[in-house]
Design a protein around this ligand. Structure first.
Ligand code: NAP
Length: 246
């Protein structure tokens, strides 16, 4: 079914527990508010607590289910933090219905030969390794859902390389590989479906950093992607191992 004709029920996500990384800004912020408006309890994960608090307040002011704030820097993850996180979610919610890996950083745009190795590792850690570790620790909670959705965010440069996009490009290739591996691994052993979303050029801070000379008004807004992001976590959607483009 084309996403344009998808009409989500206003109660679509009632009683669903959904964790969104990078929920304080850009696409993630819009997704968190949209999921909450369709009834989900959203777990707002991100690095800047003040931004997460703002999203929390906006959700509460619209009388949607109370969200949770989970401060976490994906660039600086420790196993003990991940264990505490999964213990806390288990204690408070008992399961996880969806996990949207959305957080990301653009890093340096420079020829590989001149790239800064520390910056390269930071981008790989946030965009790839952090998402892998988080997935590993939350898989048991997703297994407890009757219809779980795991979504990874890629980019056009995760499928076609673009010169000078360095670690960002490589991290998106890597996350696509990981998503497809998991989709295959979980296909016959669980009800978890694993998909990839490529939002495409969208009016956010990341896009403005990547293309400083572009007029943001020529780009689609995060709001325009929300039907697609709802479809990705729709419990009736059974698609697995697919890529969805915004
Ligand atoms: P954005 O506006 O820059 O938002 C990125 C989010 O990730 C922010 O909430 C940020 O938190 C969070 N984040 C960054 N580093 C983090 C860390 N170390 N730990 C935890 N959270 C961290 O970007 P966006 O445009 O919405 O992008 C969202 C996703 O879409 C990314 O994966 C991006 O690669 C992908 N994408 C975007 C576009 C586009 O045109 N916008 C195109 C293709 C793909 P802080 O604000 O606290 O730093």
């Amino acid at each position: 079914m084309p996403i344009s004709s998808y009409k989500p029920n206003p109660c679509l996500l009632e009683k669903q527990i959904i964790l969104i990384t990078g929920a304080g800004d850009g696409i993630g912020r819009n997704v968190a508010k949209t999921y909450a408006s369709f009834g989900a309890t959203v777990l707002l994960m991100g690095r800047t607590v003040s931004k997460l608090e703002k999203v929390y307040d906006e959700i509460i002011s619209e009388n949607h289910p109370e969200p949770a704030i989970i401060p976490l820097d994906l660039g600086n993850l420790e196993m003990v933090t991940l264990t505490e996180l999964s213990d806390n979610i288990t204690a408070n919610y008992g399961r996880l219905d969806s996990l949207l890996h959305n957080a990301g950083v653009i890093g340096q745009k420079t020829p590989v030969e001149y790239s800064d190795t520390e910056e390269w590792e930071r981008v790989m850690q946030i965009n790839f390794s952090g998402a892998v570790l988080l997935t590993r620790s939350l898989l048991p909670l997703l297994q407890r859902s009757s219809s779980a959705s795991l979504v990874f965010t890629s980019s056009a440069v995760g499928r076609t390389p673009r010169a000078y996009w360095g670690a960002y490009c490589v991290s998106k290739y890597a996350i696509e590989g990981f998503a497809l591996l998991l989709a295959d691994e979980l296909e016959n052993t669980s009800t978890i479906r694993v998909n990839i979303v490529n939002p495409g050029a969208t009016r956010t801070k990341m896009r403005a950093t990547a293309y400083p000379n572009e007029d943001p008004l020529t780009l689609k807004t995060p709001e325009e992607l929300m039907n697609l992001y709802l479809y990705l976590v729709d419990p009736n959607n059974k698609e697995n191992g697919q890529t969805f483009n915004g």
